[in-house]
Design a protein around this ligand. Structure first.
Ligand code: ATP
Length: 587
């Protein structure tokens, strides 16, 4: 397909706010694309060239994009800026100028060709790369028609985002094949094992839906992690699971480890094997470079050719033998001074899952089998003082008393509580299911868990908080059925000065001019400033009560900020369905 035809679709989508309509337009577009085009277009639609976890970013700030525009249009910067000020939108300004000055260089380009430009822009790095990026982008602007150029400049700045996530694209895949959303679950299941949106679209186009059913994990492609249900007593746990396994619940951060023994050949002869390791966070971010101590330990302690496994990393004080509180462990999530802080806050990785090993997929195997494989694959002397990787302790239980005993012991040990696991439960990527149940010590209020909310916008400060620039902020939960954010609280108190400042800093890059399309907000809750859905905060509340003004249908009573959840993506926030089930349990 030609890029200008794709630009027409971008135009239609950006003018539409109905999710069903957007899904329909996407499906129509996907039908017309070849399998290799679909793989590229789904990323361009989101302002990137590859899935987010590969970490390939454009690295072009607005200033650089403006340089490329001025170079392409060959006009004075001040002339451009005067027009830009009128609309505040780079895309529209470029379209306006392109319409004014027709260029003889304009030609029709294939999507593949344009994508190659973008791929080169995103992957050029090192000295001189800024000039390369600017030059490539300006060539595109010069060669393409006005409407295409409008979207071309929105792609590297991230302004292309049209208010939908991967979920809407999965829906559109279903519509592409079936004309309805009946295949959404199948697509979602495949995506949870291989969250490579482009690959999934190409596979469905080339091999049909049966290929999706057989999808297998792939080392270095993160699997969307399984999550736990929540209960607040030993009795409820036994009622739900019967005999089960109890593990300690470590309050650190989850890591999914991908390991492979790569080979180096000299001619056709094997010279040596080189272990490769990648670490992914809960939100599928590649965090390998942050934890060199864990990478080293994986190379030492893993006994396999290739393996995908999971655990919780937690700070540990080897002198006292104590685990560190979350606030200290989380200091390890950083981009600078990595080696220095690694020495100050050593980590221990408690592993509890294996999903794949040496060609075998363990996702659908019972938990006890996975545990056996895990024990065979990690070499450990159970020496917590000197070893980085340990296998999480577990105990089989069949009565409430024992669960309570283990819970009390865990709490005494500075841990968050316990995890109860179904003995023959399978691993369900991306799902929150009863195969895992968390039982935490903080369940003192009526609500049995904290609620992870997305910050949607804020009001400017009055009184004391004028200095922070934020008076109150609006938070919502994620309605995964409709790919929308629905409000549950406006929070104006209960943050420390540090937290207000942190919120302000995080917000500044996320301001948008209009309320995003997928925010459902009552008039009375409108905000002075709207934010892109990015910041996830963990909120504690005393109660969840029915609400006529919050669009989730429920509101949080006495909401307090527990902590920022930088490890979560907006779609990992508490879902509307979870909120409803938490509310019903306690009404
Ligand atoms: P979510 O419930 O959405 O996963 P969360 O981080 O808010 O996110 P928690 O309440 O912390 O969830 O409980 C689940 C998390 O507990 C897991 O994602 C994992 O990071 C952590 N965890 C700690 N110990 C264990 C364990 N033994 N088995 C499984 N998970 C554990």
């Amino acid at each position: 397909m030609k890029f200008n035809q794709l630009a027409e679709y971008f135009e239609k989508i950006s003018q539409n706010s109905s999710r069903i309509e957007i899904t329909r337009i996407l499906a129509e577009l996907f039908k017309k694309l070849s399998s290799s085009e679909i793989e590229k277009v789904v990323y361009l639609l989101q302002g990137r060239v590859r899935p987010a976890y590969e970490g390939i970013e454009f690295g072009m700030a607005e200033k650089m994009v403006i340089k490329a525009i001025i170079l392409a249009l060959n006009i004075e910067k001040s002339y451009f800026e005067k027009e830009y000020k009128k609309t505040g939108d780079l895309g529209e300004t470029v379209e306006y100028f392109k319409k004014q000055f027709f260029s003889f260089e304009e030609k029709e380009m294939e999507i593949d060709e344009v994508y190659d430009f973008f791929y080169r822009i995103a992957t050029s790095s090192g000295e001189g790369s800024q000039e390369v990026k600017i030059s490539l982008l300006s060539q595109l602007i010069r060669q393409l028609d006005p409407i295409s150029a409008k979207f071309i400049v929105r792609i590297p700045t991230g302004n292309i985002r049209m208010g939908f996530s991967d979920m809407t694209i999965l829906d559109a895949y279903s519509w592409m094949i079936k004309g309805d959303k009946s295949l959404r679950n199948l697509f979602e299941k495949a995506y949870h094992v291989r969250p490579e949106l482009g690959f999934i679209g190409r596979l469905a186009k080339e091999k049909g839906v049966t290929a999706l059913e057989k999808i297998e994990p792939k080392v270095f492609t993160p699997i969307i992690m399984m999550r736990a249900e929540r209960l607040s007593s030993a009795k409820e746990i036994i009622d739900q699971l019967g005999d089960c396994v109890i593990e300690e619940k470590f309050d650190g951060f989850r890591l999914q480890v991908h390991y492979k023994k790569g080979t180096v050949l000299k001619g056709s002869v094997l010279e040596k094997t080189v272990p490769e390791v990648k670490l992914f966070s809960r939100s599928l971010e590649d965090v390998t470079f942050m934890y060199p101590d864990i990478v080293e330990a994986v190379k030492k302690q893993v006994k396999a050719k290739e393996m995908i496994f999971e655990g919780e990393a937690i700070g540990y004080n080897p002198k006292t033998g104590d685990f560190l509180p979350f606030q200290e462990t989380v200091q390890r999530k950083r981009k600078y001074d990595i080696d220095k802080v690694a020495k100050e806050i050593p980590l221990r990785l408690f592993v509890f899952e294996v999903l794949y090993k040496d060609g075998e997929n363990f996702i659908n195997q019972p938990f006890i089998k996975r545990r056996k494989i895990l024990e065979e694959s990690i070499e450990t002397k159970k020496d917590i003082k000197n070893e980085v990787i340990l296998i999480a302790n577990q105990e089989k239980v069949n009565d409430e008393k024992k669960i309570d005993e283990l819970f009390d012991k865990a709490v005494k040990n500075n841990l968050e509580g316990i995890m109860a696991k179904k003995i023959d439960g399978v691993y369900k990527p991306g799902a929150r299911e009863w195969n895992w149940i968390k039982y935490k010590k903080s369940y003192s209020s009526k609500v049995n868990d904290t609620i992870d909310c997305v910050v949607m916008g804020y009001d400017l400060g009055k009184g004391k908080r004028t200095s922070f620039g934020i008076g109150a902020f609006l938070v919502g939960v994620y309605d995964d059925e409709n790919d929308q954010y629905k409000t549950v609280a406006k929070i104006g108190t209960g943050l420390t000065d540090e937290e207000w400042k942190k919120l302000k800093v995080k917000s500044q890059k996320l301001k948008v001019k209009y309320k995003p399309n997928n925010y459902l907000v009552d008039k009375t809750m409108e905000c002075d400033i709207w934010l892109e859905p990015k910041i996830v905060v963990e909120i504690k509340a005393d109660e969840i009560t029915k609400s006529p003004v919050h669009t989730a249908g429920y509101a949080l009573r006495f909401p307090r900020l527990e902590r920022f959840r930088d490890d979560k993506k907006p779609q990992d926030a508490t879902t509307l369905a979870e909120l409803l089930s938490m509310a019903n349990k306690h009404s």
